[in-house]
Design a protein around this ligand. Structure first.
Ligand code: SF4
Ligand code: SF4
Length: 575
């Protein structure tokens, strides 16, 4: 353009005289414009730079798709294809009756859906996901950013091997996009001595540095064939992504929520878990035990399914408070889905009882399923056992339809999410309304059916449940309820609302031992203790348990853990 201006000026054609560009152009070409051959020099310069400009442009068109800068093209498309808000966190169903299916879940990179593969190339490697991940934060091997970048590099390399095209670009030009094999090969030369995990954890007890150090070591060492590695001989699960990473995820979605390009990590992790569980029959022993118990008795402890409703009989005898079943009260207004925790876990039974007291105070015509209730199946689904989930789900739906259920209330955000967003895919009538107990209590309060009259002298550090706040956007409702209670103070944690840190129980972690790093629930309790509460409040049976265990681990007998229903019943009923 510079030469263009100069030539035009010399030929008296005109050009943008007086403009900044013209001024710069004049300064650059001034030395070439002097002398007898000025026009020749300018013509040659014009041709030379015109072609150079075109060459650079086309080089970028080739380079960008093969480099880490590919996200410049893919990220906007990925954001455009992002799932709508109402489908947030919903897992896709798999057709288990497909007789032609050779496997279920994802056991090879090409088995991911196209949108899932697009995610990999949209990643800008900003690290926001790893920065908020509770697994990374407590020194586990899982790092969502590395999960995405390892999958991407493996896809690039395997794709190149299958199609016989070479996507290689000099590492100097694309330092962040070293192919998986090259990284592995270089790792053989670089790695010295065994990775000292306890020492790394001592150095980095919290935060993501410990994970990053571990990731780097494991990634560099995980080589299937050190002499002649081939992209096709690498197993997706085992070589690229380890089982340890897959089972460390709490499915909290904090990574997805923070991702600027709309990447989804959880469905990929669950798809790989599905492959392990449904195709290979592999999972951690304690998780396997919990699922077997759910399969046999409908609860993770393996207590008899006939004892599911036992808590109510004993309580009614003790207090005279009735808990009608759907058979006893066929004209019920709302079904209380008690869940396995609310039925069998002695601590969570107190939450169920507090909720029932509130229902009685508001004169709600509720009923329960009693021994006909099954596990919602959330645990089985997040742990990859889609078969068991679908079995529980269809049995529950048949029972709902049999008794003409129109409204369901549950105190468990995991059950809430599954019933509300995932059951309709399996035939739950779209007119059935599902409420979390905070939503239902809020409606009762707004309608004047419950009133907060008794003061509750507590400072409550509010811990948001992932499946309530992040999955379903229920953030203000519990806070408004608590703020309406006389003398009760709500304390906000540094990480709260949609960015609240997970308690560590989701995705089946409730039923599995944390074998590496520090405990997620203890890390979260430490955050809560910073605001000096008398109570750590939550609205989820898993969070309640995890917070209670964390408080015990910190030996803080002056702080306790409570569900919102337990706090509200004090104000409504004075007990
Ligand atoms: S869902 Fe939670 S635990 Fe799993 S990778 Fe994302 S941030 Fe980490
Ligand atoms: S937040 Fe998204 S873009 Fe950033 S590293 Fe994680 S997956 Fe990649």
């Amino acid at each position: 353009m510079t030469f263009d201006y100069a030539l035009e000026a010399m030929n008296g054609v005109g050009g943008p005289n007086g403009s900044i560009s013209a001024g710069i152009a004049s300064a650059i070409v001034m030395p070439l414009s002097i002398g007898a051959h000025a026009e020749l020099w300018l013509t040659v310069g014009y041709e030379l730079f015109w072609w150079l400009h075109l060459l650079i442009l086309f080089s970028f068109l080739i380079y960008v798709p093969q480099s880490k800068h590919f996200h410049l093209i893919t990220a906007p498309i990925n954001l455009w294809l992002k799932r709508p808000e109402e489908e947030t966190g919903k897992l896709k169903m798999i057709n288990l009756e497909d007789e032609e299916a050779e496997s279920f879940g994802v056991g090879a990179i090409e088995q991911f859906e196209r949108k899932q593969l697009l995610d990999l190339y949209a990643c800008v490697e900003c690290g926001r996901c790893t920065n908020v991940c509770p697994a990374s934060h407590t020194g586990k091997l899982l790092s969502p950013m590395h999960l995405i970048s390892k999958l991407r590099d493996h896809l690039t390399e395997k794709g190149a091997a299958i199609t016989s095209t070479n996507p290689w670009v000099p590492s100097l030009a694309a330092p962040g996009s070293l192919p998986f094999h090259r990284m592995a090969e270089e790792g053989v030369q670089q790695a010295e001595g065994a990775f000292d995990e306890p020492a790394a954890l001592q150095r980095f007890p919290q935060g993501m540095q410990g994970t990053m150090a571990k990731q780097q070591e494991r990634w560099l060492r995980n080589i299937p064939d050190e002499q002649h590695p081939s992209a096709q001989s690498i197993d997706l699960i085992g070589n690229v992504i380890t089982e340890e990473e897959l089972w460390a995820c709490t499915t909290c979605r904090n990574c997805e929520d923070q991702c600027p390009v709309g990447n989804e990590h959880v469905d990929k992790i669950v798809d790989m878990r599905r492959y392990l569980v449904l195709t290979q029959g592999q999972m951690p022993v304690d998780g396997q035990r919990a699922l077997q118990n759910i399969e046999r008795q409908g609860n993770p402890w393996g207590i008899s399914r006939n004892d599911r409703f036992k808590w109510a009989a004993e309580w009614t005898k003790e207090t005279g408070i009735t808990v009608p079943t759907v058979k006893e009260r066929p004209d019920f207004e709302v079904l209380l889905f008690v869940g396995a925790m609310g039925s069998y876990d002695m601590r969570t039974q107190h939450v169920t009882k507090a909720l029932i007291r509130l229902f009685h105070a508001a004169d709600v015509a509720f009923a329960v399923l009693g021994n006909e209730e099954r596990s919602s199946g959330d645990t089985a689904r997040r742990m990859g056992n889609e078969f068991l989930f679908q079995q529980m789900c269809t049995e529950n739906i048949a029972t709902f339809h049999k008794y003409g259920v129109r409204r369901i209330v549950t105190a468990c955000p995991h059950t809430y999410h599954t019933l509300k967003k995932e059951y309709p895919d399996f035939g739950l009538d779209s007119e059935v309304q599902v409420y979390h107990h905070t939503e239902w209590l809020y409606q009762l309060w707004q309608a004047g059916r419950i009133r907060f009259v008794h003061p509750v002298h507590e400072s409550v550090a509010w811990h948001d449940s992932c499946y309530l706040a992040r999955y379903n956007g229920i953030i203000d409702v519990p806070r408004e309820l608590l703020r309406a209670v006389p003398e009760l103070t709500v304390l906000e944690l540094e990480r709260s609302g949609a960015n609240a840190m997970c308690c560590g129980a989701g995705g089946g972690q409730m039923w599995m031992e944390e074998t590496s790093g520090t405990r997620v629930n203890v890390a979260r309790v430490e955050q809560a203790l910073q605001v000096q509460p008398s109570v750590i409040g939550s609205a989820c049976p898993y969070c309640l348990t995890m917070m209670e265990d964390g408080v015990k681990a910190k030996e803080r007998s002056d702080v306790r853990s409570a569900d919102i229903a337990e706090l509200l019943v004090k104000s409504v009923c004075g007990i």
